[in-house]
Ligand binder design. Structure first.
Ligand SMILES: NC(=O)c1ccc[n+]([C@@H]2O[C@H](COP(=O)([O-])OP(=O)(O)OC[C@H]3O[C@@H](n4cnc5c(N)ncnc54)[C@H](OP(=O)(O)O)[C@@H]3O)[C@@H](O)[C@H]2O)c1
Length: 206
C-alpha cells in the first residue's frame, strides 16, 4: 500500500483524502497542530516530519490567500514554509515524490494583476520555480518525482473578507474531484516529473 501524507489539507485536501483512501492509499494528515503556524516562532517542520513513519508521496495543500497582505507574510505562508517542510521530508524520505499546490494565475505578469493579490501571486510563482528546480536537483540525486497542480477557481476564499471575483473560465469550474483525479494521475505515472498541471478550466489561458 502506498502512504500519502497530506500537508495542511484545508478544504480541497479534506475533500480529496477520502477519495485517495478509496483508491487504496494509506493517508496521513499533517496539519497546523503538528507543525505550528507558518508565520511565527512555533513553526517546527523538522519535528513534525519526524512523527511521520511511512511516506511514498507528500501533497502540500497548505497555502494562505489574503487580499492586501504583507509580502513577507504571504511569502512565508505560501512558499518559505512549504520549502522548509519539503526539505525536512526529503531528508527523511529521499525517494518520496511531492506535489505542490500553486494557482492558475502564476503565468501572468504580477504587476498587471490587481494590487490586492500581487503578494500572494508572487509567493506562488516563487513556489513554482522552486518546485521545478527541485524536480531537477532531487530527481538527479534520488530519482524522486516532483510536480505541481495549479488550481483555478475551485472554491471561494474561506474568509469572506478576503473574497474576490473568481474570474472567467473556458469550461465548467474545476471541482475537488477534478483535483483528486489530477493527483492520482501524477502519483501513478512514473515518467512524469517537473510538470505544472493546470486544473483550471482554461483560466490560465485568459
Ligand atoms: N480553493 C481554490 O479555489 C484554490 C484556487 C487556487 C489555488 N488554490 C491552492 O490550493 C491549495 C488548497 O486550497 P484550499 O482552498 O483547500 O485551501 P484552504 O482551505 O484555505 O486551506 C489552506 C490550508 O493551509 C493552512 N494554513 C493557512 N495559513 C497557515 C499558516 N499561517 N500556518 C499554518 N497553516 C496554514 C490551513 O490551516 P488551518 O486549517 O489550520 O487554517 C489549511 O490547512 C492552496 O495552496 C491554495 O492556495 C486553491
Amino acid at each position: 500500500m502506498k502512504h500519502i501524507v497530506c500537508v495542511g489539507p484545508g478544504r480541497i485536501g479534506e475533500a480529496v483524502m477520502p477519495w485517495l483512501q478509496e483508491k487504496g492509499y494509506a493517508v496521513t494528515r499533517l496539519s497546523r497542530q503538528d507543525y505550528g503556524d507558518f508565520c511565527d516562532g512555533r513553526f517546527a517542520p523538522e519535528a513534525a516530519v519526524e512523527t511521520v513513519t511511512a511516506c511514498d508521496a507528500v501533497l502540500f495543500f497548505a497555502g494562505l490567500f489574503e487580499l492586501h497582505a504583507e509580502e513577507a507574510r504571504m511569502f512565508q505562508a505560501n512558499c518559505g514554509a512549504i520549502v522548509q517542510l519539503a526539505e525536512a521530508f526529503h531528508r527523511r524520505f529521499p525517494q518520496a515524490q511531492m506535489i505542490t499546490f500553486l494557482d492558475s494565475r502564476i503565468q501572468r505578469e504580477v504587476s498587471a494583476q490587481p494590487p490586492a493579490v500581487q503578494a500572494y501571486l508572487k509567493a506562488k510563482q516563487a513556489l513554482a520555480t522552486w518546485t521545478l528546480d527541485h524536480a531537477l536537483m532531487w530527481g538527479r540525486e534520488t530519482g524522486m518525482r516532483m510536480n505541481a497542480i495549479a488550481p483555478g477557481p475551485v472554491l471561494p476564499p474561506p474568509n469572506k473578507t478576503h473574497s474576490e471575483k473568481a474570474g472567467d473560465c473556458l469550461t465548467v469550474r474545476p471541482t475537488p474531484a477534478d483535483i483528486a483525479r489530477a493527483i492520482a494521475f501524477l502519483l501513478e505515472t512514473p515518467s512524469i516529473t517537473g510538470q505544472i498541471l493546470y486544473v483550471a478550466a482554461g483560466q490560465q489561458l485568459l
